[in-house]
Design a protein around this ligand. Structure first.
Ligand code: T3D
Length: 269
């Protein structure tokens, strides 16, 4: 009996995990198995108290080409109706990435198309190899940008560019993606994973609980009024100040040494 290749590879490192989408002959397009294995990998990372960052990347020459279209080819007389798969797979995935209580670094190693592009953009820090491209390819097959695309694009690059990307569905080279503010940084192809790992190593020693609150505050700011956001900052800053890392950060500053953060959440006094 032939054993199926895992569609997700997980590499455990000190303080972080590397999760690799592993269907390289399909440019890591999503099928049901990959959704399930990715969900499991993200849950495991969240349940591991020693995991303080996650690096998401793709095997082979692409990052992810979105939905595997070979699973969407209608037979004569059959109609493929979408909506349910977003509810079951893509929407929970995007929500999960945004809610993970540590930074998610995406290393976009090649083409990121369709939902693959929007999964990358849901991550906290997006690094891209010089040769990578970002494509909102949905309109090429009569669909709309999903996996949060219609929400994140205008927020990252403004409405004019969001409309161009979504309606024209042209590939955006990594250098232009950086210039437009779609991603954090472009790096040379050969150093991509190394650079992404350096960030994860930094995050593995960071005040993780505080970083999780930063993620929450920034996400909430996208819909909150200033008044609501000031109230939220008050509440989250209170929570941050209860963490042992805050006391350690101040102590280390006063003692002119590097802080030794545990990443832990604090307790009510
Ligand atoms: O359906 C739902 O559940 C709703 C959710 C939808 C979310 C979505 O993501 S919809 C959008 C789906 N994705 C696409 O439309 C992208 C399709 N792919 C492409 O347009 C191109 O492959 C790329 C622009 C990404 C890259 O082009 P290129 O020329 O570098 O590579 P290629 O030759 O097209 O692809 C290489 C192989 O990967 C090729 O297989 P082969 O000929 O070597 O056997 C190709 O068929 C395969 N591949 C690439 N993308 C997909 C795919 N196979 C299945 N599904 C794909 N999405």
């Amino acid at each position: 009996m032939q054993v199926a290749e895992p569609t997700i590879l997980v590499d455990r490192r000190a303080g972080y995990r590397i999760v690799t989408l592993n269907r390289p002959d399909r440019l890591n397009a999503f099928n049901e198995a990959m959704h399930g294995e990715l969900r499991g990998a993200l849950d495991d990372a969240q349940n591991d108290a020693n995991c303080r960052a996650l690096l998401l990347t793709g095997a082979g020459r692409g990052f992810c080409a979105g939905q595997d279209l070979s699973d969407r080819l209608a037979r004569p007389g059959e109609q493929i109706v979408l909506g349910g798969t977003l509810e079951a797979h893509y929407n929970p995935l995007i929500r999960k990435i945004r809610a993970l209580p540590f930074p998610v670094v995406c290393a976009v190693n090649g083409v990121a198309a369709g939902a693959g592009c929007n999964v990358a953009l849901a991550c906290d820090i997006v690094l891209a190899a010089d040769s990578a491209t970002f494509i909102q390819s949905f309109a090429r097959i009569g669909l709309i940008p999903d996996s949060g695309g219609t929400w994140i694009l205008p927020r990252l690059v403004g409405m004019a560019r969001a409309r161009g990307l979504a309606l024209l569905a042209d590939g955006l080279p990594a250098s232009k993606a950086e210039h437009w503010g779609l991603i954090w940084k472009v790096v040379a192809d050969g150093v991509l994973v190394n650079e992404a790992e350096k960030l994860c190593q930094q995050f593995a020693k960071a005040p993780t609980y505080g970083l999780s609150l930063i993620k929450r505050a920034l996400d909430a700011s996208l819909t909150n009024s200033l008044d609501q956001q000031l109230d939220l900052e008050r509440d989250l800053q209170r929570a941050a100040s209860l963490s042992p890392d805050y006391a350690e950060g101040v102590r280390a500053f006063m003692e002119k040494r590097k802080p030794d953060f545990t990443g832990a959440k604090g307790k009510e006094p």
